[in-house]
Design a protein around this ligand. Sequence first.
Ligand SMILES: C[S@@+](CC[C@H](N)C(=O)[O-])C[C@H]1O[C@@H](n2cnc3c(N)ncnc32)[C@H](O)[C@@H]1O
Length: 191
Amino acid sequence: MHTRMDVIKTFIQARGYTRYLEIGCRADDCFREIEVTVKVGVDPNTGGTVRMTSDEYFQALPQGVLFDAIFIDGDHRHPQVWTDIQNSLAVLQDKGVLFMHDCLPPSAEYESPSMCGTAWRAFAKLRERPDLDAYVANLDYGVGIIQKRPNTPPIGIPGGMDDLTFQHLVDHKATLMRPISPEQVVALARS
Ligand SMILES: C[S@@+](CC[C@H](N)C(=O)[O-])C[C@H]1O[C@@H](n2cnc3c(N)ncnc32)[C@H](O)[C@@H]1O
């Protein structure tokens, strides 16, 4: 297991998921590898199946539509990632999984919006919620894995996402992000 695709496909296969949504598809490198019955890819520019921003897509989505797996990889600035997370959780079935890319930028330079951005800050803030259990697969710039289960354990973050700096990530990576190995990803998918 080396890539975001491997992580997502491991869960889809282990759990028999059939409904997949990807936010931000670009050249469909990930999207084309996902084999499920219902596959929706949202991107205002290229790739996927729906030519809209994520905000436009969620606003237009009819009530009652639910997905088993959602991958957030669109606008990587933390305010938009936070919005994408909230909108995604609202249409994720209770036993589904929310994935998000670029949670482990390797250096401060990678926080550029054209690289990993500050998606990690939205993930870290989410770790405060007692009803969501979240880990990061420690590969391919970090793949966040979020499930609707009791948080083990929730953490408190002083201030908001704007107050987090790359040094916070360096100093508190294990607590904030909970990086896990490929073997642990497989075990999580089977749990
Ligand atoms: C890093 S690329 C996606 C890569 C793809 N998920 C993959 O794994 O190969 C980011 C994409 O997000 C799209 N994007 C930017 N802002 C967006 C938004 N507000 N809603 C949805 N997609 C967005 C861009 O057009 C770009 O194609």
